[in-house]
Design a protein around this ligand. Structure first.
Ligand code: 5GP
Ligand code: ZN
Length: 118
């Protein structure tokens, strides 16, 4: 069950009500370090506008998908994992292990990530 936007953890980070280690911000997108990193580089990229996840894309957020991909490559470069390799993923729903119901993309890198998808 997802929280309303007013209670959503990542909306609170967008509104700066909860601190986060920001690595990128513009009018539409925010990126910050995951609080429980699973790799030396573990960033979260989110649209500032709330939607639950990939199954709930609003037209506004869908229009940002290209920018999210461009930003992920820029951040991979900036954080030194472009050459070694990196992964971008979004968990959607309970079977995928989604725990925060505000669309977010994990950017992971800095170690061998394994070849298995699940
Ligand atoms: P999910 O499990 O929904 O795909 O990913 C949610 C991610 O958010 C997890 O990797 C978790 O560590 C991260 N996370 C949860 N709470 C916070 C927080 O308060 N701050 C930050 N920076 N990351 C968080
Ligand atoms: Zn939200």
């Amino acid at each position: 069950m997802s929280a309303p936007a007013s209670e959503c953890l990542f909306c609170k980070i967008v509104r700066k009500e909860i601190p986060a280690a920001l690595v990128y911000e513009d009018d539409e997108l925010l990126a910050f370090k995951d609080i429980f990193p699973q790799a030396p580089v573990h960033l979260l990229i989110i649209p500032k506008a709330h939607c639950e996840g990939l199954g709930d894309l609003t037209p506004e957020v869908a229009a940002l998908s290209g920018r999210i991909l461009q930003l992920s490559a820029q951040l991979a470069r900036d954080h030194g994992v472009m050459t070694g390799g990196w992964r971008l993923l979004s968990n959607c729903g309970p079977d995928a292990g989604q725990t925060v119901f505000h669309l977010h993309f994990h950017l992971l890198g800095g170690k061998p990530l394994g070849g298995k998808l699940c």
